[in-house]
Design a protein around this ligand. Structure first.
Ligand code: CA2
Length: 151
């Protein structure tokens, strides 16, 4: 297997996050996924990271993106959305990824319904960011840059 370049970071997003900025701005904010992609590519450039953003509404699609990242990315930032709370398949795929993994939630999941308090992904994540809004993706990128410096 090819060892990925140390500066490529994939940001993976789960179901319904394609609707960011278009519904429920009170919970998820006004920025769209396209805005987050633009912002993260620009911040990545400042941090010396090449950033690519993906989204899938399907559990298997996210598993496929994690598997593809094994050869293509040094680090993963993931907001698995509702699959956070249900998906052993996504956890298993993340366990086969060698680099750092940062879990992001836009909302403060621990202030919400109890079914959002448990995350399978947190069993693998090296860091978890929740409740910082879409700014959480930028915080994750900054932390990822630090983690990859020492990798
Ligand atoms: O806070 C987060 O980032 C979540 O991962 C978002 C998920 C939710 O199931 C998790 O518990 C916490 C929901 C994503 C839904 O995305 C929407 C986007 C725009 C409008 C409505 C929903």
């Amino acid at each position: 297997m090819t060892r990925p370049e140390n500066h490529t970071v994939h940001i993976l997003n789960g179901p319904n996050l394609n609707l960011l900025g278009k519904r429920e701005p009170g919970i998820y904010g006004a920025r769209t996924l396209a805005d987050i992609e633009t912002d993260s590519i620009a911040l990545g450039r400042d941090l010396g990271l090449e950033v690519a953003l993906f989204q899938s509404n399907h559990e298997g699609g996210i598993v496929d993106q994690i598997q593809a990242a094994r050869d293509a990315a040094a680090g993963l930032i993931i907001n698995p959305a509702a699959y956070t709370h249900t998906s052993v398949a996504i956890l298993d795929a993340l366990n086969m990824f060698d680099g750092p993994v940062i879990e992001v939630h836009i909302s403060q999941v621990h202030k919400r319904e109890s079914f959002r308090h448990h995350s399978y992904v947190s069993l693998r994540a090296d860091a978890v960011i929740a409740g910082c809004g879409t700014q959480g993706y930028m915080l994750a990128l900054r932390h990822m840059a630090e983690l990859l410096k020492t990798a």
